[in-house]
Design a protein around this ligand. Structure first.
Ligand SMILES: Nc1ncnc2c1ncn2[C@@H]1O[C@H](COP(=O)(O)OP(=O)(O)OP(=O)(O)O)[C@@H](O)[C@H]1O
Length: 556
């Protein structure tokens, strides 16, 4: 979608306020016209030596007009402030609704947090739209009204208007060609620099390697060069547009003084009219040199909309489908010839995989790196849809279920995903119905209760995105506790137990395998000791590059 269309869509809910801002700008423009008109009247009054009372009346009239204009300016300022706030709220709420629902494949080739940096462009949209609405509109009106006024003074000045309009059209269409494209390219380059800085901060240990700082510097330098090149291209267009405005400013100034003077000499224009016309012209011309600032704001806003569009266009999971209704303990799982290939990959990660897991069964999935174990977990959790074959949970094809409904029955523990918040926030994850008693119980079961309670703030201890102040093993146990709290009917654990020491692993396993647990358990692991404790071990082999693979299964 063109950034312009995106902007219109974003501003649509504010259209009434925007119309008001424009209406105010028209009124302010008209009221400001009283300045040249009164000046003309004063010049004529003084020239003909009329009474002082007339001067007082003129000044009072001017005072009233300018006071009304002042009030309108304040109201306009207020409205634009509200529009800015609403833009922020709308973009923030749209994205916070969208991001948890984004289809995982959107992040296969892009790093999500880096992509989300584009949210900061909402500030550009806010600031630039304020500048354009407050000053840009009145500037255009000032030019428009000024031109009408000039046309009223003399038909020769009408000709001048036509020339001016032609010059402006040339300025926008010809000299401005490619400006939106270069503005977008500049902002892409800007994000690449920011993304690299983020990458350095994200890998503090890797960049402490002997060559790390040099690599960080060299890549930053290369990306900065790319940015400068993109900025130069954009600036070239701005500069040529600005140079044309300066030229126009000089030519018009001189030509109009000469034209006005000639008309006065020929008696076709009064002295007062010449002075007023000069004021009007100078008003137009003074705004001329400022136009470039607004044009740059306009290009920036479109580039920002393009960036925000990258977030708005992220594909979402479909929220259609049935709600899953099943109350039995433990879900059954069946895979029917499931094949899945990542986009851009030549070979499948899963190839014609068939297996069946009974309700309440505890199954270990083992296999070498790259065998497709994590991909299988993603498929079962509804994060990825097989290109062929299908998966049944409780005998229901998961394609016909709403993903959120499926995840009320299925939980996946994969990696360490600690969010910035308290321990309690991290455990509940919005499920306010989970009681403190349940939380204490589950923390004790994964051997984390003493650790958490030893922190001065206990359950209210703040955790940071990287899991600090928890160790990797502690954070993994917190992830397990988070999943178990939801009492899923299918619990999939992707290597989380492999991070634990023997004591905590056995303790957690005892909880996971306990006779009263409500789930069917799938544990993906590289640990023989973990696999041995399960009812059954399924070995996944890397997909044969030419023929369907075998699934080996043995009792645990
Ligand atoms: N996001 C992705 N995009 C493209 N290919 C991927 C992606 N994720 C995994 N793969 C590929 O899919 C195959 C299976 O990967 P998967 O992570 O499922 O293996 P795994 O058995 O879990 O491995 P490990 O034991 O190392 O965790 C691998 O060949 C991998 O390169």
């Amino acid at each position: 979608m063109h950034p312009w269309k995106r902007l219109l869509r974003l501003l649509r809910p504010d259209r009434t306020d925007i119309r008001l801002v424009i209406a105010f700008a028209v009124a302010i423009g008209l009221l400001n016209l009283t300045v040249p008109i009164v000046t003309m009247a004063v010049v004529n009054t003084v020239a003909f030596g009329t009474l002082i009372q007339q001067l007082i009346v003129l000044c009072l009239g001017l005072l009233v007009a300018l006071t009304i204009a002042g009030v309108l300016i304040l109201l306009q300022y207020l409205l634009v402030e509200y529009i800015q706030r609403r833009i922020f709220i709308r973009v923030a709420s749209e994205l916070s609704y969208k991001l948890p629902r984004v289809d995982l494949k959107a992040f296969d080739h892009r790093y999500g947090p880096e992509l989300v940096n584009r949210f900061f462009d909402v500030l550009t949209v806010q600031k630039s739209s304020a500048v354009l609405l407050l000053d840009g509109v009145s500037l255009l009106l000032q030019i428009g009204i000024g031109m009408v006024l000039l046309a009223v003074y003399h038909q020769l000045l009408l000709g001048f208007n036509m020339l001016l309009l032609g010059a402006l059209a040339f300025w926008v269409v010809v000299l401005g060609r490619g400006a939106v494209r270069t503005a977008i390219r500049e902002s892409v380059a800007k994000y690449r620099v920011a993304g690299w800085m983020e990458e350095i901060a994200r890998h503090p240990v890797a960049f402490k390697l002997a060559g790390g700082p040099r690599m960080a510097w060299e890549r930053a330098e290369a990306l900065t060069r790319e940015y400068l090149e993109a900025r130069k291209q954009h600036f070239r267009i701005l500069l040529r547009q600005f140079a044309f405005l300066v030229l126009l400013y000089i030519v018009i100034n001189v030509a109009l003084l000469a034209l006005g003077g000639t008309l006065v000499i020929q008696g076709q224009l009064t002295l007062g009219e010449l002075v007023a016309a000069e004021i009007v012209i100078n008003l137009i011309l003074a705004t001329f040199l400022k136009i470039i600032k607004y044009v740059e704001a306009y290009y920036d806003i479109l580039a920002a909309m393009d960036k925000l569009g990258q977030l708005q266009d992220l594909p979402s999971e479909s929220l259609t489908g049935e709600h899953h209704v099943a109350h039995s303990k433990g879900a059954s799982v069946t895979l029917h010839s499931v094949s899945f290939t990542y986009s851009g990959q030549k070979w499948p990660a899963l190839q014609q995989l068939s297996l069946s897991i009974s309700p309440g069964e505890r199954v270990a999935i083992v296999g070498p790196n790259g065998a497709g174990k994590s991909t299988l977990a993603d498929v079962l959790y509804g994060l990825r849809t097989p290109q062929s074959g299908w998966v049944e949970i409780d005998g229901v094809d998961i394609r016909s279920l709403r993903p959120d409904s499926l995840r009320e029955h299925v939980a996946l523990v994969k990696g360490v995903e600690i969010i910035e918040g308290t321990v309690l926030d991290n455990l509940r994850m919005g499920r306010e119905e989970i009681s403190l008693m349940q939380i204490h119980e589950i923390l004790a079961k994964v051997g984390m209760l003493d650790t958490i309670m030893a922190f001065p703030d206990g359950l209210h201890t703040m955790l940071w995105g990287d899991g600090k102040p928890l160790s990797l093993g502690q954070a993994s146990r917190l992830m397990l506790a988070r999943a178990m709290l939801g009492e899923p009917r299918l619990l999939i654990i992707d290597e989380a137990l492999d991070h634990l020491d023997e004591q905590f692993r056995d303790m957690t396993l005892a909880t996971l395998l306990g006779p009263d647990t409500p789930w069917t358990l799938i544990v993906i692991t590289h640990s023989e000791a973990v696999a041995r404790q399960c009812d059954r071990v399924i070995t996944l082999l890397p997909p044969a590059r030419s023929s369907p693979r075998e699934v080996q299964s043995r009792a645990g």
